[in-house]
Write a protein that binds this ligand. Structure first.
Ligand SMILES: *Cc1c(COP(=O)(O)O)cnc(C)c1O
Length: 248
């Protein structure tokens, strides 16, 4: 291993520990139970080596937003770790999913966190069924002015939940909601977006009691403390662990 990569690995371990400590402090200061927020380490644009150093530091849940990148990276990673680590390793797809990538996404991942249409739910179910597999999904809601991803409004989101609640997609396991706050430094706008997601989940739980909706995936490197204050159960953090991404 090159010196440079050794340095990167040490940095990742330190940053990971700091993020975990920050999460714990945010849990406690907002009156929540320690350990109630999961960390999804977002490794997009970072090499397999970097993911491996996070695994060595005890992180097993990762998020990637491009399927092709995830396939080659996580195939390499799985070849390099032991069988116990392989069992613990979980991958979420968190980026916009095109229909021609659904099959591969179902093959490689455990969770698809960026589900934004009923059509996509049907396709995930079809591929999951043919792979004889269950896929966990999070339904993404568009909650802010300048974010474009996700179901456009509560009505279309609830139509999809209704479909799921009627057991039309038995190989798809909906576990909650996901959102991305708008890119702004205005804390009020960010907080609003998280509050919207929390309230939508509360409403969905009442309307669809047979679905086990518990997860709120919200919060990234710049806003995860606010997200935890507003009830996030999983934060998706890339930059604060792996450093600034170098887009190639
Ligand atoms: C890249 C990405 C993240 C992580 O962003 P950071 O600011 O690097 O923490 C989280 N969620 C989604 C959907 C992403 O695409």
């Amino acid at each position: 291993m090159e010196d440079n990569q050794v340095q990167v690995n040490n940095q990742i371990k330190e940053r990971l520990e700091k993020v975990l400590l920050d999460i714990k402090n945010a849990e406690l200061s907002s009156g929540r139970k320690e350990g109630s927020v999961k960390l999804v380490a977002v490794s997009k644009f970072n090499p397999a080596e970097s993911v491996l150093s996070a695994v060595k530091a005890g992180q097993f849940l990762f998020g990637e937003n491009r399927v092709q990148e995830a396939v080659s990276k996580f195939t390499e990673i799985r070849e390099k770790i032991g069988s116990r680590e392989n069992q613990k390793l979980k991958l979420q797809i968190i980026g916009k999913l095109q229909s021609n990538k659904v099959k591969k996404a179902c093959m490689i991942s455990d969770t698809i966190a960026s589900v934004d249409s009923l059509q996509l739910i049907k396709e995930i179910n079809r591929h999951a069924e043919s792979l004889n597999k269950k896929i966990e999904i999070l339904l993404e809601l568009h909650t802010g002015e300048d974010t474009k991803s996700g179901f456009g409004n509560e009505k279309v989101l609830f139509e999809a939940l209704e479909y799921l609640s009627n057991n039309n997609a038995p190989n798809v396991l909906p576990s909650g909601l996901m959102t991305m706050a708008p890119f702004t430094s205005d804390e009020k706008i960010i907080r609003n977006s998280f509050v919207t997601l929390r309230k939508t989940l509360e409403k969905a739980k009442i309307e669809f009691p047979n679905l086990k909706l518990t997860e709120l995936s919200m919060g990234m490197s710049s806003d995860y403390k606010i997200a935890i204050e507003e009830g996030s159960t999983q934060v998706r953090i890339g930059t604060a662990i792996f450093g600034e991404r170098i887009y190639t």
